[in-house]
Design a protein around this ligand. Structure first.
Ligand SMILES: Cc1cc2nc3c(=O)[nH]c(=O)nc-3n(C[C@H](O)[C@H](O)[C@H](O)COP(=O)(O)OP(=O)(O)OC[C@H]3O[C@@H](n4cnc5c(N)ncnc54)[C@H](O)[C@@H]3O)c2cc1C
Length: 402
């Protein structure tokens, strides 16, 4: 099937993107500096996002969502990330959780969670990483054992959980069959319920502690936490897909979700790169050196040209990966390429814009300083650039096997 590779939008996509751009210009950009410097959760912005339906973009209408495709979703993520990547981080793990439910959840699980997720009443986190592993997911140590009452007792420590404190649901990958070979056949995804905003869960959620949030270089406002499971008891109906269908199927489910997650991180790279370019275009025409605006020096124009080219290429790769997925075609290779290229383009454009700002780029008075601290996260989350290259290389050889 032919897949569009241009950046044309449908009328609906154009209208939604204009609405999100206006929201970003009026609500996110003027307030990001405050929430970033205070490292404070942007509650009023999130409340408005709930009203706009941004927590249910891809959730089907029958569950109260907008029922839109991945392509429209990545367009929205680009717009939000242009404002502040922490805002897209608040939506990102929630989006992955809803994808997991829509694709693998049982009917009961969909009925139970999706309507409240679509409205943003409850939000979701996604947890693979542990203190001793990130790239090497098969090294997971957190484990669950079935008790006499049929409940699964989870023990272990998770690391770097975005939205770890304020979420109500955590899609968490744990080891359920320690003897399984290969190891990934012994992993299960549980939907761990918790009380949002509470560090020491009690009652039916006892055994789950959220330590104080991790202090970070950038990506402020949205919390990243550890999660400590110590005798946390999960009912069997909270195995993703139900116990019969979902037990020991978690690794494949999570890897599938990472594919859409990668298109999503790519869109964040496009958004931050686009904003860095806008800031560079403005500053270079205002700042004068050697008797003329620095934009009139060819060396600066070349920087602008390279940045704009990177932004366009990153956007096209991202849309292509999303459109392939929407068309029901394989997109693992393309999502890996989009994530690799767009996250590196984000870092590149931010650094070039920073250089164009001269000394002022180093000052907190200028927005580029925040972007400079935020951009590196995109090189790490949802698989580092090295891991993307491993995925791309492996998939290339699979597709072109002699
Ligand atoms: C702010 C933030 C938010 C995050 N949010 C989440 C979240 O919500 N949920 C979640 O589960 N995780 C989350 N993560 C974790 C993230 O996914 C991991 O940090 C990432 O996958 C890298 O893992 P690691 O940090 O353990 O690095 P490691 O895996 O230890 O890698 C260290 C270095 O070695 C390289 N490397 C590793 N293996 C190879 C190899 N085979 N060949 C070549 N190079 C290799 C890596 O590329 C990297 O450069 C988050 C991380 C951050 C910083």
């Amino acid at each position: 099937m032919a897949v569009a590779t241009d950046i044309e939008k449908t009328d609906e996509q154009r209208a939604i993107c204009e609405m999100v751009r206006q929201f970003t210009d009026e609500q996110i950009l003027p307030n990001a500096e405050h929430y970033d410097s205070a490292d404070e959760f942007p509650e009023p912005i999130v409340e408005q996002m709930k009203e706009l339906g941004l927590f249910g973009v891809t959730i089907p209408e029958e569950y109260g969502g907008m029922g839109l495709d991945l392509t429209t979703y990545v367009m929205i993520v680009e717009e939000l990330s242009r404002g502040w990547i922490s805002i897209s981080g608040i939506v990102n793990t929630h989006f992955i959780g809803s994808y997991l439910l829509m694709k693998f959840g049982s009917d009961e699980q969909k009925q139970k969670y999706l309507p409240r997720m679509a409205s943003g009443e409850i939000r979701a986190a996604f947890s693979l990483s542990e203190p001793e592993l990130g790239s090497d997911v098969q090294a997971i140590k957190t484990s669950a054992r079935k008790g006499d009452d049929g409940r699964w007792e989870i023990n272990g420590q998770k690391m770097w959980v975005t939205n770890g404190l304020l979420s109500s649901l955590v899609f968490v990958l744990v080891k359920t069959d320690p003897e399984a070979e290969p190891r990934h056949r012994g992993f299960t995804c549980f939907i761990a319920e918790k009380e949002p905003g509470v560090s020491e869960n009690t009652g039916e959620y006892a055994g789950l502690t959220v330590p104080p949030k991790i202090k970070k270089l950038g990506y402020k406002g949205v919390e990243s936490t550890e999660l400590v499971f110590d005798g946390y008891r999960c009912p069997p109906e909270n195995v993703l897909g139900g116990e019969e269908a979902g037990l020991n199927k978690g690794f494949a489910q999570m890897m599938d979700a990472l594919e859409v997650g990668r298109a999503n991180v790519a869109a964040r790279g496009v958004g931050i790169a686009q904003r860095a370019l806008e800031l560079a275009l403005r500053y270079s025409q205002e700042r004068k050196a050697f008797g003329k605006p620095i934009a009139e020096h060819q060396a600066i124009q070349f920087k602008l040209a390279d940045m704009a080219t990177q932004v366009e290429a990153a956007r096209l790769l991202t849309l292509r990966a999303a459109r392939l997925k929407d068309a029901g075609e394989r997109s693992d290779l393309e999502a890996g390429m989009a994530k690799l290229f767009a996250s590196e383009a984000g870092r590149y454009c931010v650094e070039e814009s920073f250089r164009i700002h001269g000394g002022y780029g180093y000052s907190k008075e200028y927005e580029i300083e925040r972007l400079y601290r935020d951009a590196p996260l995109l090189l790490i989350g949802e698989g580092t650039s090295e891991i993307q290259r491993m995925v791309i290389g492996r998939k290339l050889l699979q597709r072109h096997k002699l």
